[in-house]
Design a protein around this ligand. Structure first.
Ligand SMILES: [Zn+2]
Length: 88
């Protein structure tokens, strides 16, 4: 049993239950929202950044612009999007 917390390689959501993983497969690297049953990305980076920014606005009370900047920085640090920060 590893004590390391597994999180989605695309959006950073913690993967705890089998149903959190794409396709319900615990060997996958993506969550059910980001990945299809074959663990391929089914979302765009734009969608992940938008969703993440929305979370910052709701949970931390940031304004839209600041939330988006933080989300972009966070999302591009994740394995699925690393090095893609100029794509938006
Ligand atoms: Zn995800």
């Amino acid at each position: 049993m590893s004590s390391q917390c597994i999180s989605c390689g695309s959006c950073g959501m913690p993967l705890i239950k089998a149903s959190d993983f794409s396709g319900g497969d615990v060997t996958h690297k993506l969550c059910a929202w980001c990945g299809d049953s074959e663990d391929h990305l089914k979302v765009t980076m734009e969608e992940v950044v938008e969703d993440c920014a929305q979370g910052f606005i709701e949970k931390q009370g940031l304004d839209g612009e600041a939330a988006r900047k933080m989300a972009l920085k966070y999302v591009t640090s994740l394995p699925a999007w690393k090095g893609n920060e100029n794509e938006l």
